[in-house]
Design a binder for this molecule. Sequence first.
Ligand SMILES: [Zn+2]
Ligand SMILES: [Zn+2]
Length: 151
Amino acid sequence: MTGEKQLSGGCQCGAVRFAIDATTLGRASICHCRMCQKAFGNAFAPLVTARALTWTRGAPKYFRSSNKVQRGFCADCGTPLSYEPDGLPPEIAIGALDEPSAVPPVIQIGTESRLPWAAGLGTLPERSAAEQAKVASFYDGIVSRQHPDHD
Ligand SMILES: [Zn+2]
Ligand SMILES: [Zn+2]
């Protein structure tokens, strides 16, 4: 990470945007715990500790998922954005970053709840060209309403 680099990100609709001083990033993880599965509607939650996190547009709505943690999300589009434990630095959802590939997870936690098939995801077959051709007309007509990956 270089000096003043700022990472940006936000929700799918763009109502909530954030910035992080990249030099303050902590450890990136994927969490398999049952709470993260529910909060993300997903098999696991990729998160990175973001000590210098600034909400630059709008603000998340919060759900207090336990007595010690609140989770931020966009009230307009539902994108999960943050995991904020009391008294500890917040973590931001890696998928909400404008450049999520810049922050690769280095550890997995909450493995007691890891779904049995999660470890094999990278070995699943990919959609073939023939299968892709069958759905191409649908995808060709898509006009994205997702906020672009920049401010
Ligand atoms: Zn949104
Ligand atoms: Zn978790």
